[in-house]
Ligand binder design. Structure first.
Ligand code: SF4
Length: 246
């Protein structure tokens, strides 16, 4: 989206059109509005799987991409492949720049993220933010599975918002949904999901930075568990809480 003025008018238009729409209607409206310049970012979490299912019912080959940090759990690669097979689609994998990864690990070690927030965010920047930035520069809008109920850092998520960090429109069709709605949809529609959800992982990121949580704990408390709650974002969604299978 080139001009700021254009961004404002597009935001206003898409907000007006999506008012009181269901997530499926919001997706349809967004596809009509942005055409080939919109894509779903998936990490194969429960919400992302719901959105992938909804999109595949609207389009034969929807644009879906994921960030392969090189540190993902095996279960994530399994659901990635299962999702492609189930829907007959290919999900674009975005990889970090190998020279940046090599320089980072040479200077700070392979498990730098446990030592400070600064080193953790450096790793997230190189393995996630930079590849995402490259991808988003080719889009006018992106779709994400954020929900307000996921954490303290996501309590203000809007369905349609301006992504000031990356300079495009961000659409979060499930912003209003509860964890129960997400899992009802998955069960009813037999949507493939990451099997770590059955083992106490409500929110799943890199293997080394994610652990299982106890029932009743904040949904994202297993992510970067050694940090304070207000610091728990990797930088993909700074302006603004996945959920345990029930
Ligand atoms: S979640 Fe952990 S391993 Fe993954 S990019 Fe961030 S710091 Fe690095």
């Amino acid at each position: 989206m080139k001009a700021e003025k254009n961004m404002d008018s597009v935001l206003e238009e898409i907000r007006r059109k999506t008012q009181r729409q269901s997530p499926q209607e919001i997706l349809r409206t967004s596809l009509e509005q942005f055409g080939s310049r919109i894509a779903l970012a998936t990490s194969f979490g429960a919400e992302d799987q719901v959105l992938t299912d909804m999109l595949c019912r609207l389009q034969k080959l929807p644009a879906v991409f994921t960030l392969d940090t090189g540190r993902l759990p095996q279960e994530t690669y399994e659901v990635w492949e299962e999702t492609e097979t189930h829907y007959g689609i290919r999900i674009e994998g975005l990889f970090p720049d190998f020279q940046q990864v090599e320089a980072m690990t040479a200077e700070h070690g392979i498990n730098l993220f446990y030592r400070s927030v600064e080193l953790r965010t450096l790793c997230c920047r190189i393995r996630k933010i930079e590849p995402l930035k490259r991808k988003l520069s080719s889009l006018d809008a992106w779709i994400c599975g954020l929900r307000r109920g996921q954490s303290q850092t996501r309590s203000a998520v809007d369905i349609v918002q301006q992504d000031e960090q990356f300079g495009l429109v961000k659409i979060c069709p499930l912003a209003d949904w509860t964890c129960e709605q997400v899992w009802d949809y998955i069960r009813t529609n037999r949507v493939p999901y990451n099997k770590l959800h059955d083992r106490g992982y409500p929110s799943i990121g890199c293997a080394c930075c994610t652990r299982a949580v106890s029932p009743g704990q904040d949904e994202r408390s297993g992510r970067w568990w050694w940090e304070k709650p207000e610091q728990k974002e990797c930088g993909l969604h700074w302006n603004q809480r996945s959920c345990l299978r029930r």
